[in-house]
Design a protein around this ligand. Structure first.
Ligand code: GDP
Length: 490
């Protein structure tokens, strides 16, 4: 049976257009979502993503498993098992806007960071670690799903436990459901914190019944979901919440091998004046030490200094520890994974290779015959009866995605149809440009920035990118683009 791009993408957990660009790179030709692939090509791509492709010759297409080659696998596993040591849980806080995510993160941190520590300064570096009842807990300090989903999109499942915040006076809202869906898809343990219990009109019973409707019934209703009433503002219930998180962590038996070469995930990165590129990472495996050579996609560094979330210099970071690393060759993306390699030379070489791969990807894509300029696209559309304005949307948070959709739904026209090909959270990436180019879509960014290198690539492919901070301006622009579609050519 043929191996179809769409099926393979699903099997590998890749976005279809990511796979399309992989296929183009591997074959030098153009592939679409319904293209069939030769087995060796599919094999090679699967391998690149750490899968062994098993093609069933009768019945369904693919059944991949995440394995390395058999004998090294056995050895690695034995070594791993021996060295596995308990590690702190990594927790993220999700929920609807204004339900108190930031307040809860602040309350947890304030109550559990000794006031003398680093002058009590609370730095925001994207993650922090506290100690509660002698146990460590790491919190992602980037509330909202933006960070969470961006990392997931890159396949980096850094979170162990998601705390779903629901305001007691408001109940489940669209973003609460969205967050729930994402947490469930990510297969992380979910704890519900019913916040704002101090507010008049707080109605925890209603929240619980909403939980039941969503098949996450609370424990006292015969379900399994731990539910804790809290008030982030008053600080009540916060200790109970932490206790429950620890309990849940114990059940999960989280472990990692601190003896391995360090590897982990970038949580946040930025350029700091005088320090260059700085990235907050969470170590997932191994121990990160000063002097390590790291590679992270196209970027690398030799670790000259490590800083804790309290701004103190530290010598090493064990699994689940958030740590800040300065002096990268460029700014690594959040969600990207890093690993320690033999020496700086090796790191630099690997980074260069990664960069060349990306460049080749762009060139191959540029050679695709399918490429359509916006003008061409509009002309094509004008030639047909059916006029469609295709959009690829990127926003800062899920809430914005929802808001945009409702604005777009409000724009009605019998002559032009607006088709949203994808609406995701995060930066506008090179892959977005490739996808827009392949499908003839316009990229619409709302409250988000462009990844490095996107502008030249978009120019190269004649892909139009429109960025907005104000929602009604976006609505106006979309109307304008729709009107343009209706203008007779020439
Ligand atoms: P986020 O958007 O989910 O991060 O929500 P914030 O933490 O920014 O909180 C939104 C608003 O709700 C702020 O005005 C907070 O002061 C308020 N708030 C948060 N938690 C509580 C709470 O437990 N009780 C009360 N009364 N107000 C709260």
């Amino acid at each position: 049976p043929p191996i179809i791009v769409r099926d393979l993408a699903v099997a590998l957990g890749l976005k279809p257009f990511k796979l399309i660009s992989e296929v183009s790179q591997a074959t030098g030709g153009f592939a679409g979502i319904n293209s069939s692939l030769d087995e060796p090509v599919a094999m090679k791509i699967a391998e690149k993503y750490g899968f062994l492709l098993e093609v069933k010759h009768r019945g369904e297409a693919v059944a991949p498993q995440k394995v390395k080659t058999a004998d090294t696998k056995a050895k690695i596993e034995e070594e791993e098992q021996k060295n596995l040591t308990p590690r702190p849980p990594v927790i993220c806080i999700l929920g609807h806007v204004d339900h108190g995510k930031t307040s809860l993160l602040d309350a947890i941190r304030k109550a559990n960071v000794a006031s003398g520590e680093a002058g009590g300064i609370t730095q925001h570096i994207g993650a922090y670690q506290i100690e509660f009842q002698g146990k460590k807990l790491t919190f992602l300090d980037t509330p909202g799903h933006a960070a969470f989903s961006k990392m997931r999109a890159r396949g980096a499942d850094v979170t162990d436990i998601a705390v779903l915040v629901v305001a007691a006076d408001d109940g489940f809202m669209p973003q609460t459901d969205e967050a729930l869906k994402h947490a469930q898809n990510a297969d992380v343990a979910i704890i519900v914190a019913v916040n704002k219990m101090d507010v008049k009109g707080a109605n925890i019973e209603q929240v619980k019944s909403q939980m039941q409707q969503r098949n996450i019934a609370p424990e006292d209703w015969g379900g399994e979901t731990i539910t804790v009433p809290v008030s982030a503002i008053k600080g009540t219930g916060v200790d109970q919440l932490l206790e429950m998180i620890l309990l849940q962590a114990e059940v999960l038996e989280l472990k990692a091998n601190p003896k391995a070469e360090a590897s982990g995930v970038v949580i946040e990165s930025e350029i700091e004046i005088g320090r260059g590129s700085v990235a907050t990472v969470i170590v997932q495996r191994g121990t990160l030490r000063v002097g390590d050579a790291l590679v992270c996609g196209q970027h690398w560094t030799r670790v000259k200094a490590l800083f804790s979330d309290k701004g103190e210099q530290i010598k090493e970071a064990t699994p689940s520890t958030p740590v800040r690393i300065i002096g990268w060759s460029g700014t690594p993306d959040s969600g990207a994974t890093f690993r320690a390699v033999k020496n700086p030379r090796e790191a630099e070489r690997l980074a260069e290779e990664a960069e060349q791969r990306t460049r080749k990807e762009a060139t191959v894509a540029a050679a695709e015959p399918k490429e359509v300029s916006v003008e061409q696209l509009f002309a094509d559309i004008a030639a047909t009866q059916h006029k469609v304005l295709k959009l690829l949307i990127k926003t800062d948070v899920f809430g914005s995605t929802e808001a945009l959709r409702s604005v777009l739904d409000g724009i009605k026209s019998t002559k032009v149809q607006v088709e949203v090909l994808a609406a995701d959270v995060g930066l506008v990436t090179k892959n977005d440009v490739l996808m827009a180019s392949a499908s003839g879509a316009v990229i619409v960014g709302f409250n988000t920035k462009l990844e490095n290198g996107v502008t030249p690539l978009a120019k190269h492919h004649n892909v139009r990118i429109e960025s907005f901070q104000i929602i009604y301006e976006l609505g106006d622009k979309v109307r304008e683009m729709m009107a343009d579609l209706l203008e007779p050519e020439q």
